[in-house]
Design a protein around this ligand. Sequence first.
Ligand code: PBG
Length: 336
Amino acid sequence: MARFQTQAPFPALRPRRLRAYPALRAMVRETHLSPADLIWPIFVMAGEDSHEPVSSMPGVSRHTVDRLPALAATAHKLGIPAICIFPYTDPALKTEDCKEAWNPDNLSNRAIRAIKDAVPDVMVMTDIALDPYNINGHDGIVRDGEIINDETVAALVKMGQAQAQSGADILGPSDMMDGRIGALRTMLEQNSFHNVSILSYSAKFSSAFYGPFRDAVGATGALTGDKNTYQIDPANSDEALRMIARDLSEGADMVMVKPGMPYLDICHRAKSEFGVPTFAYQVSGEYAMLQAAAQNGWLDGRRVMLESLMAFKRAGCDGVLSYFAPEVAEILNGAH
Ligand code: PBG
């Protein structure tokens, strides 16, 4: 700190000078949050013209496919560039081979088409994992209690191909099987989907913060055991970086860290080390926590929402998947 030594009269330094009034604070602000940084996750369900609240995620609903064009139009108007689709699958369609995952007319593929037909400028991102279609709630095919890696990858490729054929712009493999990025990239190249990008859930941790999401997609009751044989141990950060390096070498265009807030150190390391487009997922449990406290009057909901999202940008992320996306975009647009 020697370079700050000065003979000037007390107090030598007044850093508060730069915090004294809003225009100056705005001018020296280091990080900015904009609607263009947001990806909006939306839950989709069967039926017509209805929606159903997710009880563990106050303010979030599952929507029928026919309501998606209006939601996509809202995203477009707010400047949110992408929507990420998550299906709530009828339990009767869940099987051990998960074949509903690559049905061209499954909920997720119908949702992609509905959005791209109505509002082509809004990008659609998908989730690639078998859990919404698996009778036992796992992301991969289970046999004798084991998650079978290579067979799962073959299923994920079929799933990704159906999504690309439906018009998906960005594939989001969230399954954590080995080799899936390379296999998906090969499939995309062989089928001339040269401009479909892959945002890999590379650093996906085995987290308790996914609880409300599993409610939202109807996987809670279904899941037997845990996901520790494929998702990363929350104690590890070198391993997360190795997964990012591996996915980039297999052809991922963008990478994700998930969950978000408890893993900002990983976001920071990922961006510093690789310098590639890096996203975080502020997951369902993070959303539920902030909403619950806000609803009880224990936290100022609006401020913690903005502060938590700004933290991702400060940590080095290029963008964030967040259930707060429409609300926060509305605030950001109003502030300009
Ligand atoms: C599916 C998937 C999960 C989430 C996104 N994709 C759950 C899980 O891995 O169990 C969680 C998202 C959230 O909690 O908001 N593989």
